[in-house]
Design a protein around this ligand. Sequence first.
Ligand SMILES: Nc1ncnc2c1ncn2[C@@H]1O[C@H](COP(=O)(O)OP(=O)(O)OP(=O)(O)O)[C@@H](O)[C@H]1O
Length: 257
Amino acid sequence: MEDQEQHSDSSETVIRIRDLYKSFGDKHVLQGINLDLQKGENVVVLGRSGTGKSVLIKIIIGLLKPDAGTVNVLGEEVEQLKDAALRALRLKVGFSFQSSALYDSMTVGENLAFPLKRNNRQMSKEQIRKTVDIVLEAIGLPDSINQLPSELSGGQKKRIGIGRTLILRPEIMLYDEPTAGLDPITCMELNKLINAVKERFNTSSIIITHDLTCAKEVGDRVAVMDEGRFIREGTFEEVFKEKDGLIKSFYDYNFTQ
Ligand SMILES: Nc1ncnc2c1ncn2[C@@H]1O[C@H](COP(=O)(O)OP(=O)(O)OP(=O)(O)O)[C@@H](O)[C@H]1O
């Protein structure tokens, strides 16, 4: 922990979470979460279903209030922000939903342009088109602008979902189960995209998953969540060096079946 604190001080911390607690009635979901995300870093949060990963993300973007603890995002204490400031902060934090959340009746181009039109009304049609083209190229789907979501594969929809988040050029990306429900090859492509986004757009990311291949491929650091706390944290190799308890179950389930 001491090492971690020293590291935090020597680089820019974009998310700093301290002693976070959240319960729903007598269900104690988060029980003392501490986490730092450094600029330009990908941190993977690994955990079984129902361990509170989504609750954590919702607290980070101010959709849920914690019972105790602090969350600082890009220098702002999330809990103290009023509505307008919270909305402004959310523009800098892109949230890529598990479901892709595309509008079925809109083309890919319209889906991507939607957040720009809603948030940046002073952009001309040409500027919007150019921004959409840049993102489509970055996510590897340059020719899909006129397609409807129903014409896309699951992996392509995920890419467009990520593109729609990227279009506002967030400084932080939060990915919720980016590879869920995809075949291994498409997963691999998505992992590459997550790394490419980091390099090209200089984003810092939290990636929530239970896919260990994804964790290994994209995580500069991995934090394993169990019963509301992080039970292990480090590089993938450090975390999975000693395979016991939950760590062993995770590893065996992903790699030895
Ligand atoms: N608004 C809420 N009210 C009551 N309980 C909630 C609420 N939100 C989450 N929970 C409970 O908190 C626990 C953690 O939920 P969460 O969605 O964060 O899990 P998760 O780790 O993201 O799981 P999964 O991997 O399945 O998405 C669950 O037991 C859930 O039922």
